[in-house]
Each structure stands twice: as structure tokens, then as C-alpha cells.
Design a binder for this molecule. Structure first.
Ligand code: 5RP
Length: 270
């Protein structure tokens, strides 16, 4: 791996745990003003110092994140469909590698839609994006299965989607946790991070998901709704950090959550 590429990867993954806690706030690119992400600037501000990377689009980056931040940016560069359309897979690359480089990002990310009507285009776009990323020294994260594709959330489907993404050169892959997740990990030679999916019934359920994902070989999380739709987003993010980086059990992470709940956030304290 070239120095620039390796440096960017190293900034996102802890040298100690080899894992990462990414905060996903890119949902608006196809879902619009998602609950509790309507005012993205206010949602992001208190969470930013606790995230190893922030995943979002160029619009929200430019409007809602201070350029002084040293949190690595994972820039979503695909889009073109919304939840109003039957077929979410009709995406193209919407932000160039040149612009990603100008924005000084640590990685770019795009969705691949294995098994969907636009499977072919999304996979070819991934290959092309990887070629550009190799040239620019910017890692590419493939995102498997969003929206309706999530109905196929099983190890056989996700293992296929993750492996195909790695074969096409993705440097890391974001996917979803499922039963037999270790089979997805086994077949994928690049680091996998897991999304949380729609808000679960409780904070405990999201912590359990993270614990199981790490135990079965994930190199971290790229989670959104189960953090910022929680009633205690900062506490939740810190509890997830304990799991991802400090080998905390779910019980220990719940203690972190409880302990952090009463603590004022810097924004609230100011
Ligand atoms: C949506 C995404 C999200 O970043 C991904 O789903 C992670 O967020 P969540 O934990 O809320 O599922 O790719 O386009």
C-alpha cells in the first residue's frame, strides 16, 4: 500500500485495537431530513470529538462541519435515487475523486447494489472509483445493501456482496450484522465495519449488536441511527467505543452509558 493510502487508513483505525468507530450521518442523501438529523450541524457537533471518523456527503460536510476538525472524513460519493423511487439502486458517482482530494478526506464511500436492478452499474462504478482512489491515495469503502436490499440480510447474501466488493478492490467494506456473521468476515480479505440499521428497541440491543459483530471479526462500526436517535447520543457513542476499542462486555458498556448520561456535553456546558 502506498504511503498516502496507508496513512489515511491508519488515521481511521486505532493502532491499538485495530478497530474504528465511525459515525454515519449520510442518511439524508436518499432519505431526506431523517429524524434527529434534521439539523445536522447540531446533531454532529457534540458527537464529533468522540468519533474516529465521520461519514457524510460533501453538502453536509461543507455546511455543517467546521473545517478546523481533525476527525477523519469518509465522504459518500454516490447518490441519485431517493426513497420515493421504487429502485434505490439507480445511483451514480456524484462527487469526483478530485473534489474528495480537495476536501482532504480520509476515504470515499459508495453503495453497491448486489442483486438489484442496477447491480452491474454499481459494481463497474466501484471498480472505476477504486482505480481513481489508487491514483489519489484515497481508500474506497464499499457499502453493501442499503434500503430495500436490506431485506436480504443473511450471511450468504452479505458474504457475496462483501467478497465481490473486495475483489473489485475496495479497501474496506461497510455491511450489516447477521447470523453467522463470521462467514461474511472469513470470505472478505479487507476490514469490515458494520452499520447499525434502523433504531433498535433499546440502547442495549445496539450495544449487543456491536459486541457480537466485533467478536465475530468486524473491525469496527459505522453507525448512525442507533447513536443519534438515542436519547443520549454522546453517552451511547462512548459506550460503543468501550466495546469496539476496550473489549468491554455489554454489561460494562451499559455502565459506561449510565455513567456518561449525566455528564454535560461541551456544547450544553458552554
Ligand atoms: C445509509 C448508510 C448509513 O451510513 C448506514 O446505514 C449506517 O447508518 P445506520 O447505522 O443508521 O444504519 O449508508 O445510506
Amino acid at each position: 500500500m502506498d504511503w498516502g493510502m496507508e496513512n489515511r487508513m491508519a488515521r481511521m483505525f486505532s493502532p491499538v485495537s485495530h478497530n474504528t468507530v465511525m459515525l454515519a450521518v449520510d442518511h439524508g442523501y436518499f432519505m431526506g431530513p431523517t429524524h434527529r438529523l434534521e439539523d445536522a450541524r447540531s446533531t454532529i457537533a457534540p458527537l464529533l470529538p468522540h468519533a474516529d471518523a465521520l461519514a457524510l456527503t460533501r453538502g453536509i460536510l461543507r455546511r455543517c462541519v467546521p473545517p478546523q476538525t481533525d476527525t477523519p472524513i469518509v465522504l459518500r460519493v454516490s447518490g441519485g435515487a431517493t426513497v420515493l423511487k421504487e429502485d434505490l439502486s439507480d445511483e451514480k458517482i456524484t462527487t469526483s475523486m478530485r473534489e474528495a482530494s480537495r476536501l482532504n478526506v480520509c476515504a470515499v464511500a459508495m453503495s453497491v447494489f448486489v442483486g438489484a436492478p442496477h447491480e452491474h452499474e454499481s459494481l463497474v462504478h466501484l471498480g472505476e472509483l477504486v482505480s481513481e482512489g489508487e491514483e489519489a491515495g484515497i481508500p474506497v469503502m464499499a457499502i453493501t445493501a442499503v434500503g430495500k436490499e436490506l431485506e436480504k440480510r443473511d450471511a450468504r447474501y452479505l458474504a457475496l456482496a462483501c467478497r465481490v466488493s473486495a475483489e473489485l478492490g475496495a479497501h474496506l467494506v461497510k455491511t450489516y450484522f447477521c447470523e453467522d456473521f463470521s462467514k461474511v468476515v472469513e470470505g472478505c480479505p479487507v476490514p469490515l465495519v458494520v452499520a447499525g440499521g434502523p433504531k433498535l428497541d433499546s440502547d442495549r440491543a445496539a450495544l449487543e449488536l456491536a459486541r457480537r459483530a466485533i467478536d465475530e471479526g468486524a473491525h469496527g462500526i459505522d453507525m448512525g441511527r442507533n447513536i443519534w436517535q438515542s436519547d443520549h447520543p454522546v453517552a451511547m457513542l462512548r459506550a460503543l467505543r468501550a466495546i469496539v476499542h476496550e473489549k468491554a462486555t455489554v454489561r460494562e458498556a451499559l455502565d459506561v452509558l449510565e455513567g456518561e448520561k449525566g455528564r454535560p456535553t461541551p456544547a450544553a456546558a458552554a
